[in-house]
Design a protein around this ligand. Sequence first.
Ligand code: SF4
Length: 398
Amino acid sequence: MKCEHCTRKECSKKSKTDDQENVSTDSSSPAQEKEEASKHLSLCRPNVRPYCTAKFDLQTTETSMSLCPAGVHYVFDTTIAADFSILETQKEFVRRYHRHSEEQRELPMLTSACPGWVRYAERVLGPPVIPHLCTAKSPQQVMGSLVKDYFARKQNLSPEKIFHVVVAPCYDKKLEALREGLSTTLNGARGTDCVLTSGEIAQIMEQSDLSVKDTAVDTLFGDVKEAAVRRHDGVSSDGHLAHVFRHAARELFGEHVEEITYRALRNKDFHEVTLEKNGEVLLRFAAAYGFRNIQNMILKLRKGKFPYHFVEVLACPRGCLNGRGQAQTEDGHTDRALLQQMEGIYSGIPVRPPESSAHVQELYQEWLEGTESPKVQEVLHTTYQSLEPRTDGLDIKW
Ligand code: SF4
């Protein structure tokens, strides 16, 4: 089966091979047919769903985009991958909090789910900042392992039989997918073969006779469909700040936080959240979105005047919904009306805490050999390093 709109060389080769193989499928066994039918996958991130819902006038957020007409066999939701990313971030924060001292500066911990920010940290800021980056992999990286390792084994497929496409809100996710180590699975496969932005998906749809339909998404667990769409807490992000804050308050101070109160400080892209008791600030978290706020944060970090324990850092002002791959007008500005519509849709999606997913708990046991096993470290964590700027034009100019 052809994935007609993919421009990757590997994909066109695969398409050709598929056609050749399809000629001979008359004599193939049911197992081979199953293998053939499982080559192309795609998935939708929670923060691209509002774009698709708005763009294609889908009716509710309880459903998701299906790309089946384009030769895609499964559509997954990445919320399960974000669950792992958040849970590992929570645990790492608590560990760092305990280890932190004047001599061993483990805090603030800075999130690492945004490739735009991580590339900037690695290429421009270097060693003073890199040790502060959380080592938990991003949802896209975790999803690569779930698909090419867990799902492949469940389906009796070798990873190279799977072509894994991610639909993302920004172009930075393409660079993240190319990164060796970050995006390589335990079996040595590339976790993500291709990233298309949601804007590119819309373009493909508009330029072809393909259509999008409301349908339940697949799960990694056999024929079961995803019961309902859920998102994590937070303002147009994967929700690391809110979930880590609640977990840390509970684990470190025995405090159960229901509602999180964000205080906008310098501007609406710099928020603060604190946990206070008897007039003392126990935890001070922040969200810093956009490079103006990131640069201010770095300036204060360098001066040793940065009072936060944890910062959710995102390169785009207003977060992932405002990613350049989906919320831009043709002249390169933010489409404010569309963004506002997406924010409304996003906030209407019910929140599900990552701890409450029974599938995630099962996967920790069945796939990762426990919540604290060496395999968890290998599959769900990574390392960062200072990198030289690229000379092939693929790097982003800040
Ligand atoms: S903040 Fe922007 S660059 Fe970072 S992951 Fe989200 S959309 Fe991509």
